[in-house]
Design a protein around this ligand. Structure first.
Ligand code: HEM
Length: 466
């Protein structure tokens, strides 16, 4: 995949310091609520952080999602957050466009359904088309800014001519086809196809480089994911390797894949920590042993086995991608259950949400017990390692899994260095919605309670101090 280098260990180490800086900014945002005893929807707050992480790691850009929401600079970033939320919430078999279940359950009728969608798009389809266009606009705007700043670097392929036309309902529907609950793999793969559509060019206004005025206000950081794609050259000809449409599609994939899933996972972790004094006590003890004000660097990530176990347990009980799928490519020898043959071309679904809660594999399956993932908890460990696959499995497994785990650990440590969280009553059990991911219907409402003494500041990482 074009962006493999972005997930190499050197890149991940660099990202950790950017993640740490976003987590500290989230803590600063929560400070006011803690002082006033105000409740916050930690799911949405974490979403602003994960989008901030996408901006800084993928593009070297500050989307301003972690600014005061009323500040003018936050407007563009929050537009992006809102668009991403719409993409995720609209991709629901129940609450999404009517055409999506039709495509899924009657794949042979796809051309007709697409024609119908183009002729008579419903409200949900129009909404999600527009939201996807907004996400793409951001990627496209960043690319154009980079091209203006680097006039010698022509785009590859057919899209030198400028932005394609506005988002189309049938293209969106095609993208949604595989996005039955949680089918992120198709979402990602389809967004990666060079078939992007755009709604306008000047979307990058208001977006600035992370914490520095050294580069132009809308330039893309050289070592960032987008920088890698823009600079990639064909060895033989020296020409640009990727077209703008391909790069834009990859950028939207990163935005969508990196935003909601990690915010989901983190909010389920915060929810379960707040719910269980036993889990909270052990987690805080591990964090306090590390240090209540220390910066979390990449090298420190191994110091938090319990925090990692909490994230894994949250991903077990509440996998953001509740299903994954594959298309059967061969007829011969395809037996899932002895004696059952599946047709070539058939869609096969696996449902981690089900087997990760199945007592056939997990002792006391509905209990939140992070120690399952630690050596001392072997009595609660799964019967087989294959019973835990929140990131999928095999060659098409989530490419961002380590990135996501690192981000979740850093965020949980930073949050709990500074606060504990009290759950608003009436949220047990948590009401969940199955859109493109499994998300809390009404958010996760908590009251942050400051843990540190007055005036106790966190170390500021060098990237944020620049
Ligand atoms: C907790 C967070 C995340 C979860 C639960 C998650 C889950 C998944 C799942 C279940 C798949 C499908 C795998 C399969 O079919 O076997 C997937 C694919 C993918 N994910 Fe993630 N993901 C997360 C975070 C991320 C992040 C942060 C990124 C990028 C920054 C990312 C990028 C991708 C991509 C590009 C694919 C498609 C891979 C391919 O088709 O080869 N994911 N993810």
């Amino acid at each position: 995949m074009a962006w493999q280098p972005a997930f190499a260990s050197g890149s991940l180490a660099h990202y950790s310091s950017l993640m740490d800086s976003c987590a500290v900014r989230l803590c600063d945002m929560l400070e006011g609520a803690a002082k006033e005893g105000r409740e916050v929807d930690i799911f949405r707050a974490l979403g602003t952080m994960t989008m901030g992480v996408v901006g800084s790691t993928a593009f070297g850009i500050d989307f301003h999602t972690l600014d005061d929401p009323d500040s003018p600079s936050a407007e563009e970033g929050l537009r992006l957050v809102k668009a991403s939320q719409t993409v995720f919430s609209s991709a629901s078999l129940v609450a999404g466009t009517l055409y999506q279940p039709l495509m899924l359950f009657f794949p042979k009728a796809a051309p007709f359904v697409q024609w119908l969608a183009r002729t008579l798009p419903d409200k949900k389809l129009l909404q999600v088309s527009q939201a996807r266009a907004t996400v793409r606009e951001v990627g496209y705007g960043l690319i154009q800014n980079w091209r203006s700043a680097h006039p010698g670097q022509a785009a590859a392929g057919a899209d030198k001519a400028g932005p394609p036309a506005a988002a189309k309902a049938d293209a969106t529907l095609e993208e949604l086809q595989g996005e039955a609950p949680g089918l992120l793999v198709q979402a990602a793969a389809r967004a990666g196809a060079p078939k992007a559509t755009f709604g306008g060019a000047d979307a990058a206004s208001g977006i600035n480089i992370v914490g520095t005025a050294k580069r132009g206000a809308t330039d893309v950081e050289p070592g960032s994911f987008l920088g890698l794609l823009l600079r990639a050259r064909d060895h033989a000809s020296g020409a640009a390797k990727f077209s703008d449409a391909t790069i834009t599609a990859q950028a939207s994939t990163f935005i969508l894949a990196g935003y909601e899933t990690t915010a989901n996972a983190l909010s389920y972790a915060v929810y379960n920590i707040a719910l269980s004094p036993r889990v909270q006590e052990r987690l805080l003890a591990e964090i306090d042993a590390f240090g209540r004000t220390r910066q979390v660097t990449h090298a420190d990530l191994g110091e938090f086995p319990y925090v990692e176990a909490v994230v894994k347990e949250a991903l077990r009980l509440y996998p953001p991608a509740t299903m994954t799928s594959r298309v059967v490519s061969k007829q011969e020898g395809m037996y899932l259950v002895p004696g059952v043959t599946v047709e070539k071309g058939a869609n096969l679904f696996t449902a981690p949400y089900c087997y990760q809660r199945d007592e056939a594999y997990w002792p006391r399956p509905l209990e939140f017990a992070p120690e399952r993932f630690l050596p001392e908890g072997s009595a609660l460990a799964p019967a087989t390692d294959d019973a835990w696959t929140p990131f999928g499995a095999g060659p098409r497994m989530c490419i961002g899994w380590r990135f996501a785990l690192n981000e979740a650990k850093i965020a949980l440590v930073r949050l709990h260095q500074r606060f504990s969280f009290e759950l608003r009553p009436g949220q047990v059990p948590l009401k969940l919605r199955l859109g493109m991911t499994l998300s809390p219907v009404d958010g996760v409402w908590v009251r942050p309670i400051a843990r540190g003494g007055e005036g106790e500041a966190l170390d500021v990482p060098p990237s944020a101090a620049a």
